[in-house]
Structures are given as C-alpha cells and as structure tokens.
Design a protein around this ligand. Sequence first.
Ligand SMILES: *[C@@H]1O[C@H](CO)[C@@H](O)[C@H](O)[C@H]1NC(C)=O
Ligand SMILES: *[C@@H]1O[C@H](CO)[C@@H](O)[C@H](O)[C@H]1NC(C)=O
Ligand SMILES: *[C@@H]1O[C@H](CO)[C@@H](O)[C@H](O)[C@H]1NC(C)=O
Ligand SMILES: *[C@@H]1O[C@H](CO)[C@@H](O)[C@H](O)[C@H]1NC(C)=O
Ligand SMILES: *[C@@H]1O[C@H](CO)[C@@H](O)[C@H](O)[C@H]1NC(C)=O
Ligand SMILES: *[C@@H]1O[C@H](CO)[C@@H](O)[C@H](O)[C@H]1NC(C)=O
Ligand SMILES: *[C@@H]1O[C@H](CO)[C@@H](O)[C@H](O)[C@H]1NC(C)=O
Ligand SMILES: *[C@@H]1O[C@H](CO)[C@@H](O)[C@H](O)[C@H]1NC(C)=O
Ligand SMILES: *[C@@H]1O[C@H](CO)[C@@H](O)[C@H](O)[C@H]1NC(C)=O
Ligand SMILES: *[C@@H]1O[C@H](CO)[C@@H](O)[C@H](O)[C@H]1NC(C)=O
Ligand SMILES: *[C@@H]1O[C@H](CO)[C@@H](O)[C@H](O)[C@H]1NC(C)=O
Ligand SMILES: *[C@@H]1O[C@H](CO)[C@@H](O)[C@H](O)[C@H]1NC(C)=O
Length: 788
Amino acid sequence: MKALVTLGAVSALVAGSCAALNSTAGALLSSGNVDLGEYEVAYGKAKAFVAQLTNSQKVSIITGSSFNGTNTTWTALTNKDGFAGINNQYYVSGFTMGNALTQTWDRDHMYAIAKASGREFYLMGYNLVNGPVVGPLGRTPWGGRQPEAFSPDPYLSGITLARTVKGMNSAGIVTAGRHFLLNEQETNRTSPYSSNADDKTIHELYLWPFADGTRAGMGAVMCGMTQVNGTLSCESSDLISGLLKEELGFPGLVLPDVNGQTTSYQSANAGLDFGSSSYWTTAILEAGIANGTFTQARLDDMAVRNVIGYYFAGLDNGEQPSEADTTEYRSVRAGHAKLIRKVGADSLSLLKNNNTNGGGLPLNTPMVVSVFGAHAGPCLVGPNQAFTVEGSSGDIYQGHLASATGSGQLSFSYLATPFQALSLRAAADGTMFRWIMNDTYTSSSSSSMSGGGGGSMPSTSGNSTDSSGSSSGNSSSSMSTGGGGGGDALSNLGTGTSVTPSFAAYAEDSDVCLVFLNAFSGEGADRGELYNADQDTLVNTIADSCNNTVVVINTVGPRLVDQWIEHENVTALLYGGMLGQESGNAIVDVLYGDVNPSGKLINTIAKNETDYPVEICETAQCNFTEGVHIDYRYFDANNITVRYPFGHGLSYTTFEYGSVSASKSNGTALSSTYPTGKMTLGGYADLFDEVISVTLSVANSGAVAGTEVVQLYVAYPAAAQQPIRQLRGFEKIQLAVNASSTVDFSVRRRDISHWDVTAQQWAIASGTYTFSVGSSSRDLRGSATLVI
Ligand SMILES: *[C@@H]1O[C@H](CO)[C@@H](O)[C@H](O)[C@H]1NC(C)=O
Ligand SMILES: *[C@@H]1O[C@H](CO)[C@@H](O)[C@H](O)[C@H]1NC(C)=O
Ligand SMILES: *[C@@H]1O[C@H](CO)[C@@H](O)[C@H](O)[C@H]1NC(C)=O
Ligand SMILES: *[C@@H]1O[C@H](CO)[C@@H](O)[C@H](O)[C@H]1NC(C)=O
Ligand SMILES: *[C@@H]1O[C@H](CO)[C@@H](O)[C@H](O)[C@H]1NC(C)=O
Ligand SMILES: *[C@@H]1O[C@H](CO)[C@@H](O)[C@H](O)[C@H]1NC(C)=O
Ligand SMILES: *[C@@H]1O[C@H](CO)[C@@H](O)[C@H](O)[C@H]1NC(C)=O
Ligand SMILES: *[C@@H]1O[C@H](CO)[C@@H](O)[C@H](O)[C@H]1NC(C)=O
Ligand SMILES: *[C@@H]1O[C@H](CO)[C@@H](O)[C@H](O)[C@H]1NC(C)=O
Ligand SMILES: *[C@@H]1O[C@H](CO)[C@@H](O)[C@H](O)[C@H]1NC(C)=O
Ligand SMILES: *[C@@H]1O[C@H](CO)[C@@H](O)[C@H](O)[C@H]1NC(C)=O
Ligand SMILES: *[C@@H]1O[C@H](CO)[C@@H](O)[C@H](O)[C@H]1NC(C)=O
C-alpha cells in the first residue's frame, strides 16, 4: 500500500449511511472483554496519554498527524512499505521474501529474517511497517501477490506470521499484518469486487493466521481494498469489530489500504482506527457524537489503539532515529548478507534428483558446465530497475529474479546472480564454463556440429592457419568441439573453445547443463500463466542433447513442470521462491552440496493448470464456493494426482521414520467441547494449550548430514466436516550421519477444533482422530489414532 501519503488528499466527504452506525461496544478496549496479557502495560500508558488530550489532538493522532500541546506531544508513526526489506531506500538489504522464507519451514529463520529486516527499518527511522502479508493466503495459484505472502496452508501461514511479528517487534517495529480479509487477487481490486465466503471457511482458513499474529503481539492490521459480503473490508463492522477485535481480541490499530475508506461514521464505527483527515475532522466527529451517530468512547478507543503499539514496541524511550532520506547512508546492514545467503539456501526444495550414472546433484567438480536461460545472470539494467507487472512485460523476468514487484519490492544495493557465483566456482574447480543467458537464443552459425560429450578430435574443416587473433568464440566458424582438452592446440587458434555457441552445441559438450527459469508477479496484477512456453522449449532443447540437465526455478507461486519433468535427461530440479540479494550464492551453495537442501513445498505443484480449483475471479461478485478446499485440501478431497505434493522436498541424504505414538496431555480439557478459558490476545486462551502430544524418532540413514522437516497431518472424525488431512505440526531437525532424534509435536486445542457455526465457537468433535507423520502431505510414514 501507498495509502498513507495520499490519505490527506482525499477530497470527497461522504457521511456514513444510516445503516449499521453503531460501534460494537464489545470491541472497545475499555469494555474490558479482553485480557490484554503482554499488552496490559502498554494499554495503561496509552490510556493515560490519551486521557490528557483534546478531541482535536485525538483526531490528529488517528489521521497520522503530529502535534505539540501544552503538556503533551505526539509524533506520528513513520509508516513504510515492505517487509523483507525497506521499499525504495538506498543502502539496505534485500531479504528473503515471504514465499521463500516460509519454504524453509524453519521457525528460527522466520524470526531472524524479520528481526534483521526490522532492525534496518528501525535504524532508518521507520516504526510502522506494512507487513507481513497473510492475505492473500493463496486461494488461487494465479494470485499476483503470493511471493510476499506465506502459504495457502493457514497453519503454516499462522506460524510464519507469529514468528515474523515477534522478530519485528523485537527490533522496535509495529507490524501491520495485511490484508484483512479475503483479499486473494489483484485483478479488479480497485473496482472493487466483493469476496463472499461462508463463516466456516472464513474461520478455518482465512482468519486463522490472524489469530496467531494477534497472539504474537501484532500491533496493527491493514484492511484490504476489496469488499467482503458487499461491504468494504475497512468499513465492515462484522469483519473488524466482530472477527478481529472481539473474537481475536486484537488490541492494536486497523489502518486502510488505498481507497479502503469512503465514509466518516461507518468506517469509524465499523472499527477502522486510522484514516483520512478528510473523512475525520474534529467537526465531523464531534457532530456525530452530538447526535448519537458516533461516540466519544469510540474516538478515545481509536486514539488509544493508535498509540498502544508505540508503547508496546518501546518507542516511548525517545531513542528511535529520525526518518532517513531515501538516499541517505546509514550503516544498517551489519552481517545481514550472510543470514540472507544461509536462509536462501535453506529455503530451496530439491524436487527431483536422479544420481544414476553420476548425474543430478550435488555437483562434484564437473569438468564442463554450461548455463542456460536469462534467469542465470543479471538483467541488462539493475539491480533496482523499476519493474512492474502492471505494464506489458509478461510473466518472465529477463534476468535473475530475486524479488517480486510493487510495494513489496526489495531495494537491492547489489544482487548476487547464479552466473557470478558459478564463475567463481568454475575458477576454483578448474572447470570449463559456458553460458547462453537467453531463453530463446538462436545461433547465427549455420555450421553443423560434430562434437559431443567432451573431447572429439578437431574437424578437418577447421583452418588451422587462420589466426584472426579473436579470443572469443567465433560463431561463424565451423569448428567442432575442443571441450575436454582434446586436439591440437594450433588447430584452435582464433576459435576460443571451439564450440559454436548454440543451445544444442553447448548442451552436447557438457558434463552438466544448468537451466535457470523464473516466473514473476507482484502487486497490481495477477499471473497470466503457470508455465512458460519459451522456457519449457529451452529445457527440452537442452535435455535433448545433454544427459545431465539440472533445472533451477525461482518463482512467485506454483510453476508447472510437466512439460519436461519426465524427460529422461532432466536429472534434478531445484525449486524456490524469491531469495533476496544473495540469491545466486544461495543457489550455488546447494548445487555444489555445501548446503544440503531442506526446503519443502509450501503449495502443491499440479500436473496441469486446469487441475487447480480456483482461477482469478473477473466478476463483481467472487464467491468462494470451494470453501476450505484450496491447494492440497482440494487435491486430496478429489483424489487428484499431482506432480509434487504440498510439503515435498528431497535431501542429499535419506531419513528413516520410526513408529508414531499419540497421547492425551490434558484429558480434562479434552472432555469439554468448547474452550473454557478467558478471552485474550488471539482468542480464548486455552485454544493455544497443548492437549495432545505426538512422538516418533527420525534417523539419518544416508551418507551425509542433513536436515528434515517432519510434518504432522491430522484427520478429524467425520462430524467435524474437515478436509481429509491438515497440517497441524512441523519440526525441522538436523541430523548427522547415523544420528537419530526424537521429534515431539505439541498439538493445541485449536489444532483439533473445527468452527461450529451454530454455536459460533471452536468445537472438538467426538470420535477418532488420526495423527499421521511424514515427509510430505502425500508421503506419510506412520500414524497413531486417539478417540476423543
Ligand atoms: C445501536 O445498538 C443498540 C443496542 O444494541 C440498538 O438498540 C440500536 O438500535 C443501535 N443503533 C443503530 C443506529 O444501529
Ligand atoms: C513540535 O516541537 C518539536 C520541537 O520543537 C518540533 O521539532 C516539531 O516540529 C514540532 N511538531 C509540530 C507538529 O509542530
Ligand atoms: C499542564 O501541566 C500543568 C502542570 O502540571 C497543569 O497545571 C496544566 O493544567 C496542564 N495543562 C493542560 C492543558 O493539561
Ligand atoms: C458473509 O456472508 C456469509 C454468508 O451469509 C456468512 O456466513 C459470513 O459470516 C459473512 N461474513 C462476514 C464477515 O460478513
Ligand atoms: C448527525 O450529524 C451528522 C453531521 O452533521 C450527519 O451527517 C448525520 O446524518 C447526523 N445523524 C443523525 C442520525 O442525525
Ligand atoms: C534415472 O536415470 C536413469 C538413466 O537415465 C533412468 O534409467 C532412470 O529411469 C531414472 N530414474 C528415475 C527414478 O527417474
Ligand atoms: C552421459 O553420457 C556420458 C557419455 O556417454 C556418460 O559418460 C555419462 O555417464 C552420462 N551421464 C548420465 C548422467 O547419464
Ligand atoms: C534473447 O534472444 C532473442 C533472439 O533469440 C532476442 O530477441 C532477445 O532480445 C534476447 N533477450 C535478451 C534479454 O537478450
Ligand atoms: C586456410 O587458410 C589459408 C590461408 O588463408 C587458405 O589459403 C586455405 O585455402 C584455407 N583452407 C581451408 C580448408 O579453408
Ligand atoms: C539424452 O541425452 C543424450 C546425449 O547425452 C542424447 O543422445 C539422448 O537422445 C537424450 N535423450 C533424449 C530422450 O532426448
Ligand atoms: C492441460 O490439459 C489440457 C487438456 O488436456 C491440455 O490441452 C493442456 O495442454 C495441458 N496443459 C499443460 C500445461 O500440460
Ligand atoms: C474485472 O476484470 C476483468 C478483466 O480485467 C474485466 O473484464 C471486468 O470487467 C472486471 N470486472 C469488474 C466488476 O470490474
């Protein structure tokens, strides 16, 4: 969003309609309905501060202005776009983006990246960050904003949100989790369309992560531009006061995305806490208070909610730096590059690996390496070319892609590409290294090739006495390959390495062919395709001539691979998201085995785009008729064969799973259908209590040290009306060769609850629950059952 700078410029004044003008009294912090837990101290300070203010000072706060009163001063929070780095700023880091960070399935990495990024925001003088993103959740694989977000699985998204909120909070940042709610696509977002979902779907899917974020101390939430059930998200009392503030006990401020606010009273009564100085003047709000259209209690609540995060993040210590100019140098990056490289490498998923005949990964000092595709090297202009999907640039980026576009776009001060990292590797290994960094290159040579496999004798058509002096490959010559060191040195004079540059010639003459592909998108437009014809032709062309073709993909969302994945010469596929500034180094660390891959898919790669249940909605009413059945929930329910399931990812070693046992940790708690605890941050407190524990042992049965993400999937009794299985736990464990470790999953009350629409409460169904543990959602190695 870029809303805050434009808020004051909105000129039209639209008074609230007469309907639903009541603020929901239960959503006021002063109602005492919510035990504020770790926000209690901040609330006390916020309330005391606001108590001294005039209404006009309160209006300044809620419209983003500063003031100097007689005894009180307030400096508006400095709001900034970004999450994985500061949008539009010099001398900052480009961190691992949301989709790649989630693909690590590593809670420590999630925290560390958010903390490091938050530290840079803080030092540059920003304290209210528009992120992290859990909406879109990932209803459709075409959704353009998926790279900023986490995963279509709400459990995984929720944990990622909680860890990143904690990381940013620890750096003194107020996080604005966005976009609330059902903001699943970019198409028509400004029209705006209406997302219509039923109560069960909202609770079990889209609202779920916001509960984790609230519990973790998220101080702000940004409501979306879109409508929900026909009402703008930012003006929907059901959404903001009902679900977010009353049901999740959210204590902070709700701020609008661009154009999210169109009214004075309806927005304020619905629960919007921060808004436009056109809609909210002292005169307007006091008139509303005078005739009962608005309340003083709500105005006070709005002011308190605007400052509570400031106190919670410790910003009242008077030490935070002033806001930097965009081009101002400040030393903020510390050792962040090293962290970005490590997290990037740990996020990559090895989806296929065939080591037959010495092929596949990891690479072991190959003699001849060729690299193909625009994604291998830098684009012609960079690193901060203002690229956008809102133009006509298509879904492919003509250079190495390590960031998405729009308000989440990273501000690279440099970008390490695979080409750069591979060149250094080749130099160290004594490798013959070639490249064609274009997806559709056609050689100007009309020569036919006679070489292959590394080292045939020079062809007799070569003119050994032609010494033009050129040291680069001459594409108009018809020299055969000299790769592998064969041949008479004199015969190659003037022909470089003798291989005519063409896809086939380079491929044929290589021990390994690395093909780099990307797919890009970002704020403002959705994806137009889930695969790309030029790139798929490129892979097939290379694989036809190279029996060890390794494909590397960096993508914003699911990228289909069925056009070539079964080609016998495609020996490996390494797959990841937007890795940030150290992208090339991270990829090459995994290719060469310095890092053993441990990333797991955060969504499903189908065989065909028609297999996915939800496309982009192009009508004014977007009905979420698929309910909770998105991504693997849908594929499982419909028994559809997929290419790679949610949670899949291989390692250079293998893991052996022991037998699974499950036991009740709290039988008393389980005897109650509904939660009985107090309402606190995130919902009823006991929803977060462990009720079941699941245990097994996992061993490294291969030849190298490795890291496995052990996943827990739960199947509910039929009465709960749930998907076939759902992720409800994951643990990432590092194991030396022959080592084994006990893995314990702590299953919380909410992890076995379903939303009871009649009772309007989370309920535990009676019956048999199955707890399956595996290496992916479709590679379950063992299970245990419990009757509850
Ligand atoms: C406000 O709420 C009260 C109590 O629930 C109700 O009686 C009243 O009609 C509501 N007013 C409006 C304008 O909705
Ligand atoms: C408040 O006073 C400080 C210190 O004199 C000054 O820097 C700041 O600009 C003032 N703010 C406003 C909104 O007048
Ligand atoms: C400012 O503080 C002084 C001293 O505590 C007090 O007498 C005065 O009433 C305060 N003024 C306002 C506007 O609150
Ligand atoms: C939207 O409408 C559906 C269907 O009437 C209802 O189940 C759901 O609770 C509504 N949600 C919101 C936030 O208004
Ligand atoms: C209250 O006053 C505001 C501002 O003049 C006006 O827009 C609104 O219609 C009034 N509402 C009622 C119920 O009188
Ligand atoms: C691995 O590659 C070999 C040689 O091309 C092939 O015969 C075999 O079928 C491949 N294995 C798998 C699992 O694809
Ligand atoms: C590729 O072909 C070469 C030459 O026939 C052979 O030595 C090598 O083992 C093959 N590699 C793979 C991975 O099949
Ligand atoms: C790739 O090569 C094609 C010709 O095959 C050319 O049209 C295109 O501009 C090249 N792209 C880049 C990024 O150089
Ligand atoms: C090789 O180059 C020499 C000198 O330019 C020329 O006389 C001769 O015809 C060439 N031979 C061939 C096979 O092209
Ligand atoms: C695999 O690569 C070899 C070259 O090493 C080639 O001869 C063969 O035709 C390729 N296989 C296919 C199916 O294209
Ligand atoms: C998907 O399936 C349709 C219908 O069978 C087919 O026409 C299309 O080529 C397939 N797409 C891909 C990417 O395989
Ligand atoms: C939504 O977008 C589509 C495609 O851009 C367009 O044809 C359609 O008119 C839009 N619908 C609305 C309600 O704006």
